[in-house]
Design a protein around this ligand. Structure first.
Ligand code: HEM
Length: 468
């Protein structure tokens, strides 16, 4: 029997168990991997494509063969992960296939066959969208992103040589049907403890909405319980029906892709400057910017790093309503207020119940690019290939960036923009002493620059596997 609306709306207490998937079996077999859970491979290549107008039929054939050969379902991804845990056998190449609105059109699909999300329809280059998000003019984007993007393929593996060989094998045939507009090579950056970090040196990918049983059990074990923060999420925040689905349980998801360059040198200098101004140590200065110390310890819980192997995610800001420990502007408090909108006296229009606030969550699947040595401090050429999945771009990524991270008045008037991703730059109030209310104003220059991106859709597998 097909999944009902309630199955998508209600959060299964223990999450979805792909090994015992019951009513979710059909969904997991037809949904691309990497959506409900990250693929976890160390290396990844992203190819942005434009179909050749005289080769549309051949392009569809190419997509069909590529998907059948490389793209894995959520079910296959889970089976491979199990095999890896039990027998140590790696799943090898993992791939995703995504289309933009223009990509569907170029392949000849009718309007009723194209996913309906508003920003997806408008595209990331649209002036209204750029104004809303605070993005630079398209002329300032990197060359490859300036073109009309039709599709994106993501190919990943733990074995870099195998990955590059696979990409080389794929490209000659691909070039017959599409122009490869742009390529990005991503890799997982790690700290000395082996944890995944981003270029500023902070542990990343800690707080995510969780859908899969294994992830939920792991989080529960690490954090004892979900007394302060429950990361479980219902499927309707990430899945939508695929308009071209072949079964009742054919779903897809919207992908937001943004290349975000990080000026690491400027970040480190500013971090030191802030530490000197506030007369605190460098670690705490960084924690006031991000909301977590570099090791992942939430600054609302501690004024020193605790070096937990897996940083806690079981916290909220109930005991920090005045933001004397974790500033309101800190990156993780701006992008996940954990109930602040209803808890503190927020600016008009921002008040929401926690359950509504949680519907703005996104599933982040970012990977770093550029400099591979984390001790270096590049000014340009390095950053984050920011990818996130959701069911409603307007209410999730766009909302988070434009209504929470950017505005000076979220969550309260005068809070200032998120210093990591807020656009434009502004002034924030920083606690002079952790836990006390005296503040000092301080402003930074931007460290993160958007270099290009697109809104895409991950169609269901049976549709892609039977395109021609
Ligand atoms: C180069 C750009 C970025 C950097 C360096 C960065 C860095 C980080 C770090 C270090 C964390 C804390 C660890 C974690 O919970 O995973 C984090 C969390 C998070 N970031 Fe970012 N991020 C960037 C861009 C973005 C963007 C563009 C968004 C969305 C608009 C975003 C949304 C989030 C969210 C939702 C969380 C989790 C917050 C929570 O639940 O506590 N980030 N980020």
């Amino acid at each position: 029997m097909a999944l009902r609306e309630e199955d998508l709306k209600n959060i299964p207490e223990t999450g979805i168990d792909p090994e015992n998937s019951g009513k979710y079996q059909g969904l997991l077999e037809d949904l691309q991997g990497n959506i409900l859970k990250g693929h976890g491979r160390d290396y990844s290549v992203h190819l942005f494509l434009q179909w050749k107008p005289e080769q549309i039929h051949e392009a569809k054939q190419w997509i069909q063969t590529f998907t059948q050969t490389y793209v894995k379902s959520a079910k296959q991804q889970a089976n491979e992960a199990l095999r890896y845990r039990q027998e140590g056998i790696s799943g090898g190449i993992f791939a995703n296939f995504f289309l933009s609105r223009k990509g569907y059109e170029a392949l000849g699909f009718e309007p009723f066959q194209i996913p309906k999300d508003q920003p997806f329809t408008m595209g990331m280059k649209n002036e209204q969208i750029r104004d809303f998000l605070g993005d630079p003019e398209v002329e300032e984007w990197e060359e490859g992103f300036k073109n009309e993007i039709h599709a994106l393929i993501l190919i990943a593996d733990d074995n870099l040589i195998n990955l590059l060989q696979t990409v080389n094998q794929i490209t000659p045939k691909l070039r017959q049907v599409a122009v490869i507009l742009h390529r990005e090579d991503g890799f997982i950056l790690r700290n000395k403890a082996g944890q995944v970090i981003e270029h500023f040196g902070f542990v990343d990918g800690v707080s995510q909405p969780l859908f899969i049983k294994r992830d939920i059990v792991k989080a529960q074990t690490n954090d004892c319980n979900f007394s302060q923060w429950d990361p479980r999420a219902s499927l309707d925040i990430i899945l939508v029906k695929d308009p071209n689905g072949k079964t009742e349980d054919s779903y897809g998801s919207y992908l937001v892709y943004r290349k975000l360059e990080q000026n690491v040198k400027a970040f480190r200098e500013d971090q030191q400057q802030l530490a000197q101004t506030l007369k605190i140590d460098n670690d705490l200065a960084g924690a006031l910017v991000v909301g977590r110390f570099a090791d992942g310890t939430p600054v609302t819980k501690s004024d020193i790093p605790t070096y937990a192997a897996t940083p806690t995610n079981n916290f909220n800001y109930d005991a920090d309503v005045a933001a004397t420990k974790c500033p309101f502007h800190a990156h993780i408090r701006k992008t996940n207020p954990r109930g602040d909108t209803g808890r503190v006296e927020s600016s008009p229009g921002f008040d929401e119940a926690l359950a509504v606030e949680k519907n703005h969550r996104i599933a982040r699947r970012a990977i770093s690019y550029g400099e591979k040595d984390p001790t270096q401090a590049p000014e340009t050429g390095s950053g984050l290939l920011f990818l996130c999945f959701q069911s409603n771009i307007e209410n999730q990524f766009n909302f988070m960036q434009a209504r929470w991270a950017n505005p000076d008045r979220f969550v309260k008037v005068g809070v200032g923009p998120d210093p990591v991703i807020g656009q434009p730059e502004g002034t924030q109030k920083w606690p002079k002493k952790w836990g006390e209310s005296e503040t000092q104003e301080y402003s930074f220059k931007l460290w993160v620059n958007m270099k290009g991106g697109e809104y895409l859709f991950a169609p269901s597998l049976r549709f892609l596997n039977h395109l021609v």
